[in-house]
Design a protein around this ligand. Structure first.
Ligand SMILES: *Cc1c(COP(=O)(O)O)cnc(C)c1O
Length: 459
């Protein structure tokens, strides 16, 4: 990889960055130890970096032309008339299924929509319980509530930050209808442990891969392990059409139910109709809702998919460098389960041990890193029982009686690992890993500088 000159490194050579002593041989001073001694940018000192960062999302070769084709096609949605060629949606579904080595893919309007398709197709409904990891994006909980079921939060593993099989097992009751696994921040969960808990009891697994497109475990893509694998193609995700989603499965009955659930109870006809006719057939097999991906979104995804592996590899190479730099500072990068064969990065997550935080709040630390880098560093998601985005009691549609209210009560969950690790986690969006080694140097220098100034952040 070509190394670009780093503005941050040049800044290290300014006189102000050096100690007052003049008899120091500058040749022997590592530049990084100097700039990190200036006041924190968040307190008015010089920022380590002012150079711009890679921008996400970005267009791929062929995207503009594909959008133009949709514009002129006379079909902007699968519910529009058939025009004598496969819809972009159908073509994307075939490619995405093939990419994962599964039989079926049902594209959907969002990751949220795909999770709801998966839950309902697996038979989850009113009053059922679904085991959900205690830390995830709010959709992991809101979708369960959305099908009138109850999310039962279970603790995570401290190293992978993903659902702990033992905690999941403890959370099982006779009402458990599904276990949702999230490959949080792209680390792959302990799939073999979780699958064995579920299989022993005949409980379906929904594998939420919204943060792990392209990751693999024991040589197989994630999403292919659960009864259903779900994906989000929202703006921030590593494969995106702005908004979008998909559910994959190798089970024909699940796929058929999900197809009906996402297209108002309709599914594709077995054979193409005459041009100008509807391709969706009103079978009446299962009532659905409209959760379809548009042809514009499908066209974008078709041109983005070929970029995914290369971008994943670039992010992984930069993340490996960053792991080394931050480990040398005493930090603990998130790890993935050991059978992971391809580690991807939606979010880079690293834990700062409490002794290095030295009493500083993680929100103050991430604000300070953000100010040094000009790139947002954030704490982890707040554990779901305490997450301000998760508030089902504010929605009258979920007032389903006293027993349901009691089961939704979040104060009943104890998640010590979630609570502990989230107090020290710093996360960075994957755009920070789409550049080169000079970006990794800047990130490491920002952590170094901020951690030397923790006393200034206490209080
Ligand atoms: C983004 C995300 C979702 C929801 O996807 P949307 O497309 O935003 O609806 C669900 N689960 C996880 C883990 C996510 O990161």
């Amino acid at each position: 990889m070509q190394r670009r000159p780093s503005a941050a490194r040049e800044q290290l050579h300014t006189a102000a960055a050096y100690p007052a002593a003049t008899n120091v041989n500058r040749e022997f001073i590592m530049p990084a130890t100097n700039s990190v001694d200036t006041a924190l940018a968040v307190h008015g000192g010089p920022a380590l970096r002012t150079r711009p960062w890679p921008v996400w999302p970005r267009s791929a070769p062929g995207t503009a032309a594909a959008l133009d084709t949709v514009l002129g096609s006379g079909r902007w949605a699968i519910s529009g008339p058939y025009r004598g060629v496969d819809s972009f949606e159908r073509r994307f579904a075939a490619e995405f299924a093939a990419y994962h080595g599964v039989e079926y893919c049902v594209p959907a309007a969002s990751g949220t929509a795909s999770l709801m398709l998966a839950l309902e197709a697996c038979g989850v409904g009113a009053g059922d319980e679904v085991i959900v990891p205690g830390v995830s994006w709010v959709a992991s909980a809101s979708t369960v509530v959305g099908v009138n079921a109850v999310p039962v939060f279970a603790d995570i593993e401290p190293d992978t930050l993903c659902l702990d099989p033992a905690a999941a097992e403890d959370a099982v009751t006779e009402r458990t209808k599904a276990i949702c696994i999230v490959h949080l921040y792209s680390a792959v969960a302990d799939l073999s442990g979780l699958l064995s808990v579920a299989r022993r009891r005949g409980i379906p697994i929904i594998e939420d891969c919204a943060q792990a497109h392209g990751a693999s475990y024991a040589g197989r893509k994630v999403g292919a392990f659960g009864d259903v694998g779900t994906f989000s193609m929202q703006n921030s995700k590593v494969l995106t059409s702005g908004e979008g989603g998909a559910a994959i499965t190798s089970d024909a009955a699940l796929a058929r139910r999900m197809e009906h659930l996402r297209a108002d109870g309709r599914c594709y006809s077995a054979r193409p109709p005459a041009p100008g006719a509807m391709e969706l057939v009103e079978t009446g097999e299962l009532m659905g809702s409209n959760r379809c991906l548009s042809e514009f979104q499908a066209a974008v995804l078709l041109t983005q998919l070929p970029e995914l592996d290369g971008e994943n590899a670039l992010r992984a190479a930069n993340a490996a460098l960053l792991d080394r730099r931050l480990s040398a500072l005493g930090l603990r990068p998130q790890s993935t389960s050991s059978p992971t064969t391809e580690r991807t990065y939606y979010t880079y997550a690293v834990e700062i041990p409490q002794e290095l935080l030295a009493g500083a709040d993680i929100a103050a630390v991430t604000a300070a890193i953000t100010a040094e880098l000009g790139f947002p560093a954030s704490p982890a998601y707040a554990p779901l029982p305490a997450n301000r985005l998760y508030a089902p009691e504010g929605r009258p549609r979920y007032s389903l009686g006293e027993e349901h209210r009691r089961k939704l009560d979040r104060s009943r969950f104890r998640l010590p690992v979630c609570d502990r690790v989230c107090r020290g986690l710093v996360t960075l969006h994957h755009a920070a890993l789409l550049g080169d080694e000079s970006d990794v140097d800047d990130i490491a220098a920002a952590f170094d500088k901020v951690l030397r100034h923790t006393p200034a952040l206490v209080g």
